[in-house]
Design a protein around this ligand. Structure first.
Ligand SMILES: *Cc1c(COP(=O)(O)O)cnc(C)c1O
Length: 355
């Protein structure tokens, strides 16, 4: 399949910078299990990006990164607080609980995919006895599952709250690049300077073939993390092929360039659909996703015309995700179809147009 979609940034291929680095890494032999120059350089690049001497590990995917980090922050009788739409709750098949030997995930409400800080206080304060799973970590997603972005001050507020209550703060940054590009701030400002202890730094959705980096800003928390990775089947024997694409992506700032492009494409999509009657944008578009409320006829019509996208039953919306390689021409084709289908839908009078 060559036709570019808006289904997921996972649908996209490998960006040229990562591809070139892979090709270079494929010349000759190098030591296995991370004892190679590429892995060293990729970790150094990440320390450079965050302007601090953090501890870095490379794993195959986000589920492993999130689960193994949370397992190192918690013991089995602890609890992890996250938004009810958090990927680690809804899309990781219980892996955070599994790898932490039973740590309980407690769900928090919050508008537009962001944790409501008052709810953290309530969750922590409502029970302090031995019968309740002791709150130990908070996990926030940046950018969120609903395509919104926590601002610097919002993260600082969560960070402050965590410090006050003795909680560790994890950030699921599957789309961290999109968030940083959207905010136009130093990566350190939305992580360790704001109180984040550990980050899942997403690579796959930013143009890597696969792989996420686990970044511990508090190095003590990384104690024996290498053993966790190995036991979980996340220690790549040919680590240089996980690491080299990171070098290509981070060198010369390609990671932010690709993310900014994806965000811009989403902004363009948002602007184009704004004028279509019967189509409503559901959440403020702040990164690379646009959520639309579409009638079943319009959504079905798009699928018939060959478009793939996710719909979120819980929120009643359809998600259009822009990847690093989606273009404005892709958007124009989608919008043309949307406009035609929405006009037919409106003319048929099956659904009243949403104002
Ligand atoms: C894609 C994604 C992940 C990673 O998922 P894997 O399929 O395990 O790599 C984690 N968190 C969020 C918010 C995501 O969107």
């Amino acid at each position: 399949m060559t036709h570019r979609q808006f289904a997921s940034d996972n649908y996209a291929g490998i960006c040229p910078e990562a591809w070139a680095a892979l090709e270079q890494a494929n010349r000759g032999h190098a030591p296995g299990y991370g004892d190679d120059g590429w892995t060293q350089e990729a970790a150094d690049q990440i320390r450079n990006v965050f302007e601090t001497d953090c501890e870095v590990f490379f794993v195959f995917n986000g589920t492993a990164a999130n689960s193994l980090v949370l397992a190192s922050l918690c013991r089995s009788y602890h609890s992890i607080l996250c938004h009810r739409s958090a990927h680690l709750e809804t899309d990781e098949c219980g892996a955070p609980e599994f790898f932490s030997n039973g740590t309980k995930v407690l769900l928090l409400p919050g508008e537009q995919g962001k944790i409501d800080c008052g709810a953290i206080e309530i969750m922590v304060g409502r029970r302090r006895d031995i019968h309740y799973p002791k709150p130990r970590a908070v996990s926030i997603t940046q950018a969120t599952e609903l395509g919104t972005v926590y601002g610097v001050e919002e993260i600082e507020t969560v960070g402050e709250l965590c410090r006050r209550h003795g909680l560790r703060l994890h950030m699921d940054g599957a789309r961290f690049a999109n968030a940083v590009a959207s905010l136009d701030v130093a990566p350190s400002a939305v992580t360790w300077r704001a109180g984040v202890d550990a980050l899942t730094f997403g690579g796959a959705k930013n143009g890597l073939p696969m792989g996420e980096a686990v970044v511990f800003f508090d190095r003590d928390l990384a104690h024996e993390f290498d053993y966790r990775c190995k036991q979980a089947g996340q220690l790549a024997s040919k680590m240089r092929f996980l690491a080299a694409p990171w070098v290509g992506l981070l060198r010369d700032g390609a990671w932010l360039g690709h993310a900014a492009h994806a965000n811009d494409t989403a902004a363009y999509l948002e602007a184009c659909v704004g004028a279509i009657e019967g189509v409503r944008v559901l959440f403020p578009r702040q990164a690379n996703a646009v959520f639309l409320e579409l009638s079943p006829a319009v959504a079905g019509g798009l699928r018939e015309r060959g478009w793939s996208f996710y719909d979120f039953i819980g929120t009643g919306g359809c998600r259009f995700m822009c990847a690093w390689d989606n273009t404005r021409e892709d958007v124009d084709r989608l919008v043309r179809d949307l406009r035609e289908l929405a006009a037919d839908d409106g003319a048929g009078g099956a659904e009243p147009a949403v104002s």
